[in-house]
Design a protein around this ligand. Sequence first.
Ligand code: MG
Length: 435
Amino acid sequence: MTIQTAALIVAGGRGTRVSSGNDNTLPKQYQMLGKFNILATTLNAFLQHDDIHHVIVVRHADDEALYRETLAQLSSAITATLLEKLQEAAIGGSSRQASVHAGLEALATSGVTHVLIHDAARPFVSEAILDNTLQSLRDEHEAVLVAQPVHDTLKRSQDNKLETVDRSNLWAAQTPQAFPLDFILAAHRQASISHPDQFTDDTAIAEWKGLPITLVEGDIDNFKVTTASDLMRARSVQKMREAETPLSPQDTSDMQDTDTTRSNTPTLSQLGDVRMGTGYDVHAFDDGDAVILGGIAIPHGRKLKGHSDADVVLHAITDAVLGAIGDGDIGTHFPPSDPKWKGAASDQFLIDAIDRVHALGGRVAHVDTTIICEAPKIGPHREALRNSIAEICKLPVSRVSVKATTSEKLGFTGRKEGIASIAAVTVRLPFSEDD
Ligand code: MG
């Protein structure tokens, strides 16, 4: 079935339970998450979706200036064509039900066949949720509710008696909730007379009218910002997301992945299994005129001796990556006995280790390394090393650290016999079924 869709974003509430400090009068949908407020973040998700044709916001009558500011944020981040999907805002009523009704009336002549009704305060609705909701409508399911299975054990307390509620068929409703426009508009018109302000969501109205409702599974990030701690959680989720996939196409903030083959890589916030690995390596000096450290040649009166290019820094990082995923060490995968690796550039060892992380559905999140030597001086080359390691690992420079120390003339590094390097790497993996 071909459908023409609108998203109706309910943003008329006063919700100030999130507030603290100076912002105690700012409704939650206008609280900032990062560079954008909650409403702008939510709108962006719908405006960016190819199969959402119109978007309308229902705002509070007092929020004109805040709404204008929201549009200004959006217009700096998305194309004018996408922004054109946004219709003039409708003014909400005294309850959620009345506000949705006002928005539906404003869509009555828009020509859309279906409407997705969504809470402005759920800024992290995913593309997958929207895809699945729209597909369900195309499959001729009449109404769709995005919901999450209830995982907590539920108790009912009544007359000093506590009982456990069977949760096996229980779902926690989220939004969007999607309907044929003509049906839900007619139902709202009727409810506004017979049951004003009594329905807390739109599937309740559809249930009241006997419309069959299909469930589409939501996700935990599609939570509603209600309290101050929700707002803190939302800000940290947004921080991760802005770092990885900026709202703005021209905003190439430093976590954007430049390697298009990795564009389907999950965001760090989706990878909850945080691992750390450590690595250590030593190479002795030999006659030469430069050492290779972190992929770059640093002029020096000696070189480092080794089967490969003897890049002690990349070797330690490679072992740290392999350590984080429990996949052997550099010698396991690139045995020095194999002539293939004679004189090899060590970035390929590290890239191979990182590819093993990707094969597990994970990402490297940070690299920290320490170089231990009396000479050469690392300080003047520190930023070049950071940039080089960041480039090899496809990480922003802010997630790469290079430190250096001497060993106070003690031991083999103190006697200038060689260079040692240690590394710590954070790897993030998806949780597996048996975790
Ligand atoms: Mg080595």
